[in-house]
Design a protein around this ligand. Sequence first.
Ligand SMILES: [Zn+2]
Ligand SMILES: [Zn+2]
Length: 106
Amino acid sequence: MPYRLKRRCPDCREGWLVLLTCPACRKMIAACDEDGGVFADGPAFDQPAVGGCYVSNHPVAGCPACRHVLEFAFAKRAEILGAGVPAGEFMRFPLWREPAKRKRRS
Ligand SMILES: [Zn+2]
Ligand SMILES: [Zn+2]
């Protein structure tokens, strides 16, 4: 189960920041699930990294640290805590959200 920060993306203010780990260098990043922005300045994650990308159902990004382009892994709880993110600032979330159901009024 992936983790995300409890606060919304500081850039678009709509997406959630999903916590990911680079499988090559173990750098942890946060990626916005709305606009694809990548944040590498953990544990604050408030300055967008240049040149990153993220596709919400297939987290591929150019690592801001080692520059490899690969599929990131979802960060584990111990990694997130190890990177200095307080336990109260992140939470699990369902892997792929169901498309929002439209409210119908008959
Ligand atoms: Zn965003
Ligand atoms: Zn890397």
